[in-house]
Design a binder for this molecule. Structure first.
Ligand SMILES: [Zn+2]
Length: 320
């Protein structure tokens, strides 16, 4: 479950930092010399434009303990003057004193904001403290003070109330947790909150297998490159027909876009034969739909392999 990060930013330093490295993006080239190669590669995947948003906290107090709890997908709330004025999603974190000095120099205690985290999906808000307090369960007159990372249980209602969860940056889970979740999903009703939460984690895990940390991916069918929030990990063989071991096979999915490909495959208007998308000539059909199917007909399916062949054959036979 994603968490809420509280980041009061009313003082002069924070106001400047917000302007310098959140409102204004920072080029990865400037960041590169201060960080390790693996971190740099990750940032290039997350920020294909070559520009990122970045924030940091000083080592003071127990900031480090709190910073250690930040995970991908956590949502930072920037606040000042009685309101939350912006949110952003945490994408990656690293420790670099020299990067912090380059970006923000030192504070008046000679410290710098070296515990760094990167952000994306910055949104403006105007949420009065009282609305936030009620969502999290604080007293009405509570004032957000100091950097903090809320527990997942406190964060859930804030995330839901203000619709803050990311569809791109999703907390990372282990293979074992994934397996547990994938099997648990079958026992839950789609309308339950627990189903939605688990489904999101499952999609996040499968997308990380398909795309790594990339925020842009390619639809297996129309080949359009899209933000991963527009792609779903579609089951090649309909999930409800899969055996337990098939459900847990990572080869059971391929990325399909929400712009139509997932729907026409799911409904059997197209299928894959010998590695190529084919028109299944389903009815009813309209000119617009026919045109769309024609545009992807004969496309090669990069996910057709010895491991996935049997799943595609199932789909073809099922929709014949
Ligand atoms: Zn597509």
């Amino acid at each position: 479950m994603s968490k809420i990060i509280l980041q009061p930013s009313g003082n002069k330093d924070s106001r400047e930092h917000y302007q310098d490295t959140i409102e204004n993006s920072i080029s990865l080239q400037r960041i590169g010399p201060h960080i390790s190669n693996p971190d740099f590669e990750i940032l290039k995947s997350i920020y294909p434009s070559g520009f990122c948003k970045v924030w940091g906290v000083t080592p003071g107090g127990n900031n480090l303990t709190k910073w250690n709890r930040i995970e991908t997908g956590d949502v930072t709330l920037f606040s000042r003057k009685g309101e939350i004025y912006a949110s952003a999603v945490a994408t990656h974190k690293l420790h670099s004193k020299s990067l912090a000095i380059d970006l923000w120099d030192f504070n008046n205690k000679g410290q710098t904001w070296e515990y760094i985290y990167f952000l994306e999906e910055v949104k403006n808000h105007s949420i009065p403290y009282i609305d936030f307090n009620r969502a999290v369960g604080y007293a009405d007159n509570y004032v957000i003070q100091g950097f903090n990372v809320l527990k997942a249980s406190q964060s859930i209602s804030v995330l839901k109330t203000f619709d803050l969860e990311s569809e791109i940056f999703i907390e990372e889970i282990t293979e074992d947790t994934y397996k547990e979740i994938a099997l648990k999903l079958d026992t839950l009703n789609e309308t339950e909150t627990e189903y939605q939460t688990k489904r999101r984690l499952e999609q996040g895990y499968l997308k990380s297998l398909l795309f790594g940390k990339k925020t842009i991916g390619k639809c297996a069918c129309c080949k359009k490159e899209l933000p991963v929030s527009f792609l779903i990990t579609a089951h090649i063989k309909k999930r409800s027909f899969c055996s337990k071991s098939e459900k847990l096979d990572p080869n059971i999915v391929m990325p399909m876009c929400k712009l139509g490909c997932d729907e026409i495959y799911e409904k059997g208007y197209v299928s894959v034969m010998n590695g190529q998308f084919i028109n299944m000539k389903k009815t009813p059909i309209s000119d617009s739909l026919n045109e769309f199917i024609k545009s992807i007909e004969n496309n090669k399916c990069a996910y057709f392999s010895n491991d996935t062949k049997k799943y595609f054959e199932w789909h073809l036979n099922h929709h014949k």
